[in-house]
Design a protein. Sequence first.
Length: 242
Amino acid sequence: MRFLANGFFSLGALVLAWGSVARAQDTSTDDARRFLSRLYSAIVSGDSSVAGSLIADDLVWVIGASGSILTKPQLVAAASHPSPVRFEIDSLRARRYGTTLVADYVRRDHWPLGSSEFMTSWRALAVIVQRDGGSRVVRHTLSWLARPVQPIALDSTALQPFVGRYQIAPGHVDNVHWEGGHLVATVSGQSVGARLVPVSLSAFSPDGIGAVITFERDATGNVVDYVQAYPDGRVIRALRLP
């Protein structure tokens, strides 16, 4: 009986301890959501005063698309005018380490586009500290999240003109060929290629996510090259080889 009693006591203590950890995590997540919502509301409304009060003087804010860094004066200046973007916070998780709150979440930016909108998604990490009687963000990083494309159906007759070899750089060739009934692009030195998923009559997305390849034609309609644009701003033009 003594063993059973000790066992039940230990189990009960474990359940109580786990409940305390879960409550602490819930509180941290709520605190992080309130802080981020207040910060983004200030940025959208152009309230640079409130935005500045939530930003540490030694802020490092990394822009996901370019990797460039914003300082506090730069971010406050950017927040001095109202923005048309709507920020959405999703999948938020937070944990507190002493006076530091670390939050990771998905940020979706909704941009107006005429009567509709387009959206970009980011994985974000924010480090928030307690300073001078308030919370301040000291580090914030963004990583772009690729979205699956919306493919269209093209028959083999429409796809055949794109088959060929395209020179990306001297000695570096992208071989666009048929494989398993699909167009596949395999770069020199690689054994596995990327399936080219059609998104328009002349544009394709490698494996359905990320960069887009657009094939170009000359005045006679012959495919002469392709242009590949990457999310980080790089553009590669590959000429078609004879």
